[in-house]
Design a protein around this ligand. Structure first.
Ligand SMILES: Cc1cc2nc3c(=O)[nH]c(=O)nc-3n(C[C@H](O)[C@H](O)[C@H](O)COP(=O)(O)O)c2cc1C
Length: 222
């Protein structure tokens, strides 16, 4: 069982959000997971120009650090996404990664995998970020098992308390992976999403042969 943490804070190793990710990973590791963490600020991940090559060829043509990270993401059984709140939303570093994975949504690239999300803020919007990151995981076909968000600006002990919740989250994540826990509401979302996208993919067949072939391989269209 592999669990990968991804930190969107530009503060890298000094990041409070990284502390929450590390707490999740710590307990996932106790449950037997092989864990790894990536600070997006250490990687060269560029914005793209909506060329759609990924929809056509099933891979990105940009020669930066994204393809290697994407391979790592797809090799993990569980993902822990983390971003601090920047002007009420996720950081630019995290959004760059998310936009580069648009094709992953169309191909439901994380189908069968589990995940969770964490966020820290000065004083607001951390729950909105957790909700957004978990929604992104769900759009990719993964099953989010929970999240931890904490405002740390006004309470010095808030982060330490949240680390306890993050450790619990790590246990839940590892157990969900080990037992392949079912979440009926999320399964229903995935089913609705797939129905909707089936029409898009079959309609877009000439422009997106890469994605269409993936759907045929998965026997989602035939
Ligand atoms: C550019 C910038 C924008 C921020 N915007 C918000 C915000 O909208 N709401 C908030 O509560 N905190 C905001 N903060 C504070 C951070 O979310 C907070 O310090 C967070 O814990 C930093 O996490 P990190 O150490 O993982 O980078 C902002 C900080 C920066 C540098």
């Amino acid at each position: 069982m592999k669990v990968l943490g991804i930190n969107g804070s530009p503060r890298g190793e000094r990041s409070a959000t990284l502390q929450l990710i590390a707490a999740v990973l710590e307990d996932a590791k106790e449950k037997g997971a092989e864990v790894d963490v990536v600070n997006l600020i250490d990687l060269d991940i560029r914005f793209r120009n909506a060329c759609s090559a990924c929809f056509q060829e099933g891979r990105c043509v940009e020669e930066d650090d994204f393809p290697e990270l994407y391979t790592k993401i797809k090799a993990a059984d569980g993902l822990v996404l983390g971003s601090p709140v920047y002007i009420d939303l996720i950081t630019g570093q995290m959004k760059l990664l998310i936009d580069r994975m648009a094709d992953g949504i169309q191909c439901q690239a994380l189908s069968g995998k589990y995940g969770c999300s964490v966020s820290t803020s000065g004083d607001h919007a951390e729950q909105a970020v957790v909700t957004y990151l978990n929604h992104f995981l769900q759009m990719l076909g993964a099953t989010p098992v929970g999240g931890v968000g904490v405002a740390i600006g006004r309470d010095q002990n808030a982060l330490t308390r949240a680390e306890e919740d993050a450790r619990e989250l790590g246990k839940t994540l590892a157990e969900a992976i080990l037992t392949q826990r079912r979440y009926p509401d999320i399964e229903a979302f995935h089913q609705r999403f797939q129905e909707k996208f089936k029409a898009v993919i079959t309609g877009a067949k000439p422009e997106w042969p890469g994605d269409y072939e993936h759907w045929v391989d998965q026997v989602w269209v035939w």
